[in-house]
Design a protein around this ligand. Structure first.
Ligand SMILES: Cc1cc2nc3c(=O)[nH]c(=O)nc-3n(C[C@H](O)[C@H](O)[C@H](O)COP(=O)(O)O)c2cc1C
Length: 327
């Protein structure tokens, strides 16, 4: 199934609480986990790393690694835990990731990537997909990208998520790598022309439903990261304008619907701030947004935040839109 809009994998952002919260706003988008390293899945607490609330579905598990055996194991476990897709990260440029040989530096090793993808597909019936960049360092000619994607396609992969920037390895920080290399959407459009029967999803710098509509005339789907994290209610606009779904919750209703989840999670040992931190941007662009942020920062996004404060939150939500003088 083609998902026209997805929310990007983002470390420290798209954890299970964020995904539960986003799903209250959007029924039609595909959500991705943060990257989870295959070695951690092998050695660590699998339940802690992989379990999620069924209401979050559809969810894709993004994994990082370069060991065919460990990635195959991660894919198999991903299916057992109920994920809908397994995605291999071939785009992360951080130094730590390079040292461990995964992420964008794997663009230099197409044979190894192909072996990983083959093993992953042998171990799961779920779609195995990749997320990569248009190039790296001085290697930014289209031919190289075309050959890379062809090699991966030959293993059976048929969905390619392309961040329309190259990665600059070793020189730029991860943050610089998200902003400095220029976006080249044309390269991704060309890829779709050359891989007509495959799904090509475009990513990078998408911030409005007009831009989404425009991209959807050229590629199969868009993936959005920061614009959703900083302003989660952007997803409501996407539901309305892209999916013709007018049955979306108001911001207040989103918080109301989140409260039973929060109470249940807290009774299972989750810290309140682990959930609430994701809601800081809910009122982004609204009068009273800074009031909301301040209330959260002072009361609910602190360590050992008091659960009782949750019961006052609805009053604060009602107050927030008028509270511009306080913010
Ligand atoms: C805080 C943060 C964490 C990220 N973590 C990941 C990750 O775990 N895996 C990944 O493939 N990309 C990661 N990315 C990159 C995003 O998935 C996405 O490709 C990038 O932000 C560009 O999309 P945007 O302009 O819509 O934000 C991260 C980006 C940010 C801002």
């Amino acid at each position: 199934m083609i998902r026209k809009v997805s929310v990007a994998p983002m470390m420290d952002c798209t954890d299970r609480h964020e995904r539960y919260f986003l799903r209250l706003i959007s029924k039609n988008t595909l959500l991705y986990t943060e990257m989870i390293v295959s070695e951690a899945i092998d050695r660590g607490d699998k339940k802690k790393l992989l379990s999620f609330n069924i209401n979050e579905k559809p969810v894709a598990l993004q994994v990082g690694g370069s060991s065919p055996k460990l990635l195959a194991n991660a894919a198999k476990l991903g299916e057992e835990f109920g994920y809908d897709e397994i995605n291999l990260n071939l785009g992360c440029p951080s130094k730590k990731v390079q040292k461990n040989k995964f992420g964008a530096c794997l663009m230099k090793e197409p044979d190894l990537v192909a072996e990983c993808l083959s093993e992953m597909q042998n171990s799961t019936n779920l779609p195995v997909t990749i997320k990569t960049r248009i190039g790296y360092d001085d290697i930014e000619d289209y031919e190289n990208l075309y050959n890379f994607i062809t090699k991966l396609k030959n293993t059976g992969v048929s969905k390619f998520i392309i961040h329309a920037r190259k990665a600059v390895l070793g020189k730029f920080t991860p943050k610089q790598n998200l902003n400095i290399p220029p976006l080249k959407y044309d390269v991704v459009y060309k890829l779709k022309k050359d891989f007509k029967n495959d799904q090509v999803i475009i990513n990078g710098g998408i911030t409005s439903t007009d831009q989404i509509q425009e991209h959807l005339t050229k590629v199969d789907g868009v993936m959005i990261g920061r614009a959703v994290y900083h302003s989660p209610y952007f997803l409501a606009e996407i539901e309305k304008n892209i999916f013709n779904n007018n049955n979306v919750l108001t911001r207040q209703e989103v918080i109301e619907s989140l409260i039973p989840y929060i109470k249940k999670e807290i009774s299972n040992g989750t810290q309140l701030n682990q959930i609430m931190r994701h809601t800081l941007g809910l009122f982004h662009g609204q009068t009273g947004s800074s009031f909301w942020k301040r209330y959260l920062s002072e009361n609910l996004c602190v360590r050992d935040a008091d659960i009782k404060k949750i019961d006052h939150i609805m009053d604060k939500v009602k107050l927030a839109p008028q509270a511009h003088s306080v913010g």
